[in-house]
Design a protein around this ligand. Structure first.
Ligand code: CAA
Length: 419
């Protein structure tokens, strides 16, 4: 379903600021922080000073209320310079969304203004060693003890872990319930028993820490449970991912555009057979395909961000389509960009190898692209109900074998996934 894409003056202004910061504070240091695997605090300070953390926070909680389309534009600009820094920024939105979608008024007032000011970073703790794609299969446990919840267990792949001050942690609060098993609880850095353990040594996005977070009988006040009552955590996690996926998709668009720009510049400079390689038709074909795919991804992402923002009933489907398509495009474009650079593209002295390494995770985190396709297919099956009028055009003989909805429903629990 098409959605109006309207860039407000504020949205354009924030995107311009992000581009300026990316050119000044992110791109020149991208290689350094990639090699060191260190966080670019200088760029984060510039992002805070420019008010960009306000983008995803509504005005009533200290933000600018610029919204998801603006978040996509800002993330895209930052990721164009360094995909790792793009996620270092966008993961603050991912970590804040559980509070926004499920938190009480008091909780929003308590935590979000400091995030908007850029004083506090946020992380999202859902995945565990044995619960990746199957996000409901969590083991981290929270038990009630007087006025507190006591949390124990380990989370895996906490992006921004260690740097973040606020952690939205998904825990099992009722192991006997099927649909109300999980709750999200906020744990603040420095709470006794909470620690950052293994810091992962990653293939890409090396400037942002991805860690294991450990909870050793961490006691937090009951007021830290997101929402009015326990058991809403899985729904809040899903709603959060619906809001956040256009952001990962925007990161992918930025990564693809960044790789294309470098390939374009290189192809115009590098000479073979006496002419710039951009004169050769096969290189032209690659560049043209990269440009078409990147633009197609960009407009799908903008449409998804605008649609999700408007509260469309198609939210999950649009978010999944944008995430899946744009991240596949980023991987393809980064791969072709390396090809344009030829042998030099394989060398770390050249900037393009990093785009290639950074692109892979996009197809995996915030839901593998296999999971996105499953979400999309589930929606398509539901939409069949609105297409009854087309049954008349299907010859009778195949109508008898029509089992679409039932067949897909049966495969839901056995979906083949990568994480
Ligand atoms: N919005 C609201 N509610 C939703 C929902 C949504 N989008 N999707 C599902 N639900 C609800 C359902 O209505 C259902 O509710 P009831 O129990 O009340 O009926 C409940 O949640 C269970 O739904 P499903 O049966 O559809 O759930 P499922 O077990 O089949 O799993 C899934 C669904 C889509 C596969 C989900 O597990 C999923 O998204 N997995 C991927 C996890 C993921 O994306 N992890 C990424 C971690 S974050 C990360 O990577 C970030 C980073 O590092 C930067």
């Amino acid at each position: 379903m098409p959605h109006d894409i309207h860039f407000s003056p504020l949205c354009n202004e924030l995107a311009a600021k992000a581009r300026e910061i990316a050119d000044k504070h992110v791109r020149p240091l991208a290689s350094k922080y990639d090699k060191l695997q260190e966080y670019n605090f200088d760029a984060a300070r510039a992002v805070a000073a420019a008010g960009l953390f306000k983008t995803f926070i509504p005005k009533e909680y200290g933000g600018s209320g610029a919204g998801l389309l603006a978040l996509a534009r800002v993330t895209e600009e930052l990721a164009k310079a360094d995909s790792g820094f793009g996620v270092a920024f966008a993961v603050n939105a991912l970590g804040s969304f559980p509070i926004l979608v499920g938190g009480t008024e008091a909780q929003k007032q308590r935590w979000l203004p400091s995030v908007a000011r850029g004083e506090k970073m946020v992380a999202f703790c859902l995945s565990e060693k044995f619960a990746g794609s199957d996000a409901s299969g969590l083991a981290v446990r929270a038990v009630e003890d007087g006025d507190h919840w006591v949390i124990s267990g380990e989370k895996k792949w906490t992006t921004n872990g260690g740097v973040a001050d606020i952690y939205s942690v998904f825990c099992v609060t009722d192991p006997n319930s099927k649909s109300r098993r999980i709750s999200a609880i906020v744990v603040e850095k420095g709470t006794p028993g909470f620690s950052v353990k293994k810091v992962e040594n990653k293939m890409g996005i090396r400037c942002v820490p991805v860690v294991e977070t450990h909870f050793d009988n961490v006691r937090v006040p009951k007021a830290n449970l997101i929402g009015e009552r326990p058991g809403m955590g899985f729904k809040h996690a899903m709603q959060t991912l619906d809001l956040a996926r256009p952001g990962v998709a925007a990161q992918a668009v930025g990564a693809a555009q960044g790789a294309l720009d470098l390939a374009n510049v290189y192809a115009n400079r590098r000479q073979q057979f006496g002419v710039p390689i951009s004169n050769h038709q096969m290189v032209q074909k690659m560049l043209a395909d990269m440009a078409m795919k990147t633009d197609a991804a960009r407009w799908l992402v903008y449409a998804a961000a605008a649609g999700v923002e408007s509260g469309s009933p198609m939210t999950s489907k649009m978010a999944a389509m944008a995430k899946c398509f744009a991240t596949d495009v980023a991987m393809e474009v980064a791969t072709d960009a390396v090809q344009v650079f030829g042998g030099y593209g394989f060398m770390e002295d050249y900037p393009i190898a990093k785009y290639f390494r950074d692109a892979k995770i996009l197809q995996i985190y915030e839901g593998t692209n296999q999971i996105q396709r499953m979400v999309i297919a589930r929606h398509l099956i539901k939409e069949v109900a609105d297409l009854e009028h087309l049954q008349a055009y299907i010859p009778q003989e195949t109508q008898q074998t029509y089992t679409g909805a039932a067949a897909i429903t049966q495969t839901r629990s056995t979906a083949s996934t990568a994480s």
